[in-house]
Design a protein around this ligand. Structure first.
Ligand SMILES: [Zn+2]
Length: 431
């Protein structure tokens, strides 16, 4: 045998101990015959050095060095008997844990493979020629994701985990600055969250400066109670989304006024057509809309976006007012700062709350209810405005893990898999 063979077979750590190494292919399985040099050995029961060799036993250990073919080590294991106490025993096994038939190398390969959040226990089993249950046993034994220390800026959000678990939504805590999952909790229920934070030492809680959240009352209540000194910020994108939904509703209501319907008080086919066709003008950032000629099929004409907008806003004054106020809020959201936002925010709240349309007034109440949290959303950490943006992309990865792990029944295992595959820095325990 050559050292190359040893390396190819990933047995280099045993290099100096190998007495016999032969390989052969047997029905598409690579069989690796392996024997180590005889070691000085004492009886594990009485400690006597008077032992005699009995026989070889052949132990099969799955040793997956390639994903193209199964490979198995056939280890020539020596059996001994103690001359003193008559007990029989085997030489120690450096390849795998005593009662397991998977090599340590294979186990570490599997654990490495599972670091990709697209990879599942089933695909690992397939790749490494072991059963899914073996993969799960290895995972459970070596992976235990601990909660990360609470950082300065925490993102909090929920993710749908399925009906298979006790609760529908898990709650994700995320470290905004270090871009790591802090923890994944099985529920976002208030009682659970309060108990959770209550178990965290005061000194650790005291390091938290800001918690970023959607406008979810439970989160605000919990943080006010458990981390009272922390600032609470709402995710500004979430607010814009809420406002866009309202504008969309107003556009549709307006549009329907002009639907061709003989019983309707007024109807103008063209208004209806334009409001329907160019719906995105009301929610998309104007600067992101195509800047060239846009075809208007019904008129057999091409218009610039400025003409289209002008037309859309000429349809109805209420819609126009709502649109312009929405744009003013959007501008505020883009340009204001923590130090310089109070006046405009107060002004906006006033305008929304006194708007003619109920939808706009309800947004005004939302703004008023979350006023401090909106101001805090302008805080900047590491030169980035705080937001829940980073957690949204992590949630997509989490959803992939959940979707591909419909076999994971245990919440704890699911949590470990999520943190292990996404954080990438969870250590292997019991190594
Ligand atoms: Zn003995």
């Amino acid at each position: 045998m050559s050292y190359d063979t040893i390396n190819i077979l990933h047995l280099e750590q045993f290099k100096s101990k190998i007495e016999l190494l032969e390989t052969r292919l047997e029905r598409n399985v690579l069989i690796i015959e392996l024997k180590f040099y005889k070691q000085q050995i004492l009886c594990p029961i009485c400690g006597s050095a008077h032992i005699r060799f009995l026989e070889y036993k052949y132990k099969k250990i799955i040793h997956s060095i390639s994903t193209h073919e199964k490979s198995v080590i056939r280890w020539h294991m020596r059996r001994y008997q103690c001359k003193l106490c008559k007990k029989t025993f085997s030489e120690s096994n450096p390849l795998s844990d005593s009662n397991e038939n998977v090599s340590l190398y294979t186990k570490m390969s599997i654990l490495n493979y599972l670091k990709d959040y697209n990879h599942t226990f089933t695909s690992a089993a397939h790749h490494y020629y072991v059963s899914s249950q073996t993969v799960i046993n290895i995972f459970d034994r070596y992976v235990e994701a601990k909660r990360r220390k609470l950082p300065k800026v925490i993102n909090i959000d929920e993710v749908f985990i399925s009906r298979a678990h006790k609760y529908k939504y898990a709650c994700v805590l995320y470290d905004f600055m270090h871009r790591k999952i802090i923890d994944v909790l099985p529920t976002r229920h208030k009682r659970y969250l309060i108990d959770y934070f209550a178990r965290i030492p005061k000194t650790e809680l005291s390091s938290v400066e800001v918690v970023v959240m959607d406008m979810w009352q439970t989160y605000r209540d919990v943080i006010k109670l458990c981390i009272p000194h922390a600032k609470i910020a709402v995710d500004s994108f979430h607010l814009i989304k809420t406002l866009n939904e309202i504008i969309k509703r107003i556009r549709i209501d307006t549009m329907n006024l002009y639907k061709i319907n003989k019983s309707a008080p007024v109807h103008d086919d063209m208004y209806y057509y334009m409001l329907k066709k160019f719906h995105y003008f009301f929610v998309k950032n104007y600067e992101d809309i195509y800047d060239g000629k846009i075809r208007i099929q019904k008129l057999h004409a091409y218009w610039h976006k400025s003409d289209i907008l002008h037309y859309l806003l000429s349809v109805n004054d209420d819609l126009k007012d709502a649109y312009l106020l929405k744009e003013r809020y959007r501008e505020f959201n883009l340009t204001a700062s923590y130090e310089m936002c109070d006046d405009e925010l107060n002004q906006l709240i006033y305008l929304f709350r006194n708007h003619k349309l109920a939808g706009m007034r309800s947004f005004g109440r939302t703004l008023n209810n979350w006023k401090n949290e909106i101001k805090n959303s302008f805080l900047v950490y590491d030169k980035r405005r705080i937001s829940n943006g980073p957690i949204e992309s992590v949630n997509n990865k989490i959803k992939t893990v959940i979707k591909t792990s419909n076999g994971i029944k245990s919440y704890n295992r699911l949590r470990n898999k999520i943190m292990y595959a996404i954080n990438k820095d969870i250590p292997i325990k019991n190594k």
